[in-house]
Design a protein around this ligand. Structure first.
Ligand SMILES: [Mn+2]
Length: 359
């Protein structure tokens, strides 16, 4: 595995490449051309400039998160073939630049959803939180307003104000897209892009829906093992794989995370490793430090499962708490993610050495 951290680019991120390099634990970054609209072509010049900037700091561009999929592709709308053509050309340009990992998601309307971006813990740190009871009280049209006050002046991916201004149109656009249609549209997209992925050995890694259930009556399909199996089978190609995001699949306690990792051997191209803590009842949780003892997951078992299946792709700490007075994009401050990277790296070293001793 290679330890990485997500980086939003020098114009958008409060964290610098130099700071990431100084963690010492991360040797690569996962980045994107922030501000690109879904369906827009990424040029070789733009990709090479991003790569050169990262390499100049002694880090590698280990993958893209995300090349976003347009609403036309997700709904099977009129512009889908045009958008897929642009996506294929973008993949080709990434492949030529030696970028071989692309994370994306297939969530309708909203990207990941939280009801609070800064829930205060007893120690004064803050975390993202989700409460189904709160969601049930919110008109989706007001979702953005309800959380935007806690964004610390940053623009969160999937929650761009321009996109949220069109929220009613988006709901209208998805009104005939149920789970079956979403699966069919995903298959159409995957079938179209697999040839370019084969040619350049690009691993597509779909990110799970977060939380892993339907929100605001919108369908969500990348939520559990059964649906991932269906997705991998319908376009049966090793380049059609997953981002194993522990925090997203883990929102549903029925998802046995280590067992899922073992079942996905060979098809996990990217790993997001984080923890969360369930509150009273189901569908109510808040994020936590990465440590096993601070949340609901056994992080040792998650890391061990990744080690045991021979996972050799990029791994990254995921959302962190906001600590030590840092002001950053919620979930994406430097400090707690650096602690997370150190912790995961430590677990990995222990598992690796234990394994070597048994030989
Ligand atoms: Mn994730």
């Amino acid at each position: 595995m290679q330890m990485t951290m997500r980086w939003y680019g020098s114009k958008h991120d409060t964290v610098t490449l130099r700071q990431i390099r100084q963690t010492c634990y991360a040797t690569g970054v996962i980045s994107t051309l922030y501000g690109k609209m879904p369906g827009e072509l990424w040029t070789p010049q733009e990709i090479n400039a991003l790569k050169a900037e990262i390499e100049a700091e002694g880090l590698t561009l280990s993958g893209i998160e995300s090349v976003n999929v347009s609403d036309a592709i997700k709904t099977g709308g009129a512009a889908r073939d045009k958008d897929i053509d642009a996506y294929i050309k973008t993949l080709e340009n990434l492949g030529k630049a030696d970028v071989r990992l692309v994370c994306y998601n297939f969530m309708p309307v909203f990207d990941w959803t939280r009801t609070e971006l800064a829930r205060v813990r007893a120690d004064g740190s803050t975390v993202l939180a989700y409460s189904q009871a709160a969601v049930d009280k919110i008109d989706p049209a007001n979702m953005f307003e309800s959380i935007s006050g806690d964004m610390n002046g940053t623009v969160m991916p999937g929650w761009e104000p321009e996109r949220m201004a069109k929220i009613k149109d988006l709901f209208e656009m998805y009104k005939d897209t149920d789970a079956e249609a979403l699966f069919a549209n995903l298959k159409y997209f995957l079938d179209a892009i697999m040839p370019v992925c084969d040619k350049y050995d690009i691993n597509m890694a779909i990110h799970p829906d977060d939380p892993a259930w339907s929100v605001f009556g919108l369908p969500r399909i990348i939520t559990n093992m059964e649906n991932i199996r269906r997705m991998m089978k319908m376009t049966d190609n090793p380049h059609n794989g997953v981002t194993f995001c522990a925090g997203s699949y883990g929102t549903n306690p029925d998802n046995d995370l280590p067992a899922m990792i073992r079942a996905l051997k060979g098809r996990i191209h990217f790993a997001h490793v984080r923890n969360l803590k369930f509150n009273d009842g189901r569908n109510d949780f808040q994020e936590s430090a990465h440590l096993s003892c601070d949340g609901s997951f056994d992080m040792y078992e998650i890391v061990k499962a990744l080690y045991d299946i021979g996972f050799d792709g990029p791994i990254r700490p995921d959302h962190g708490r906001m600590i030590w007075g840092e002001k950053a994009m919620p979930g994406y401050g430097l400090y707690d993610r650096a602690l997370g990277a150190a912790y995961i790296r430590g677990l990995w070293e222990a598992v690796e050495k234990q394994h070597a001793r048994k030989q």
